[in-house]
Design a protein around this ligand. Sequence first.
Ligand SMILES: [Zn+2]
Length: 391
Amino acid sequence: MSKSAAFFYTPDFLRYRFGEEHPFNPLRLELTVDLLHDCKLLDPADCLPPRVATADELATFHDPSYIETVRETSLLGYPTAEAAAHDLGTEDNPVFADMHEATAAVVGATLQAGETVMEGKAEHALNLAGGLHHAHRKRASGFCIYNDVAILIHFLRRKYQARVAYVDTDAHHGDGVQWAFYDDPEVLTISLHETGRYLFPGSGYLHELGEGRGYGYAVNVPLEAFTQDASFTECFETVVPTLLRAFEPDVIVSQNGCDGHVWDPLTHLSLTSLSFRRVPEVVHRLAHELAGGRWIALGGGGYDIWRVVPRAWATLWSELSGRPLPPRIPSSWIDRWQPKAPERLPESFDDDADTAPPIPRRREIEEKNRITARAAVENASPLVRGIRGMA
Ligand SMILES: [Zn+2]
């Protein structure tokens, strides 16, 4: 049995494209895959062509009327009143031709990543086009048409009766996934994100804890704007290992949005490469410690497509595959893409120390985040906190 990591990619992912002016740009995937090739980190044998999810699979999470509307809108190529009722054709979620097929391909790849890991064909699997964590049962949201994460977790629950830990470090709250499993104690959702006070989707507060039997199995760590690496990784390490060890998952699903980087144009976190190296390291260790190595990693947000996403996601794949990054970004990659890039492309995987310079409010931000992270652990169900038998 191979103990490698599987990488799911097809150029069809580039069809998931809202348009020229839209921040969600699939070119970031091409830039990343190209970088991995130049770094010799991607073996043709690791790359598996994904399949397209069926309507039945989409319907394990989405309402059939919504799927039908996406299909129709996809054919028409413009939004109808019916589409508008499902938040399609908005500024965030414009309609594009083949929208249904393009998103179903992303979902198919995520399901295959799940299958590959659960069947033991690889210990870890990655779908960088996945992580569309905002889509709701009946509506598009935040650049997400179908929620591949929620569909994956339903699949892991139904087919394998797996206990699933979901760890979301996108700068935006993983709301669609949280609400999908809000009453399910077999699915622990943890989201660290910039506070929803001013940022989309405006949820992900400490008091969102789950409901019914799932109470205490939704965990949120809303962080202050301008949070830097030291505080982010401190909060991550306060919350995630503690709760995962107590929860004892069969499999870990991670959403690895990299829009918390200080250069990202859509959010106000101030992270650098350090956080995007540290998070997958910890998740990787926990997957082996707790879940027989089973780890399904997905992409997510990331809107500095030239300077941030390729480096962050190459770092993620390096962690999954166990293959070290080269000391520098290959000059072949820089030479190929610099003429098209609006900014100077970095030459190193690691950001400089002054990428996110210290700010006057730093101590206050760190202290607030520390209190938030401790409260998130305190609020979790006693079963999640690991106080078994005392509840
Ligand atoms: Zn995001």
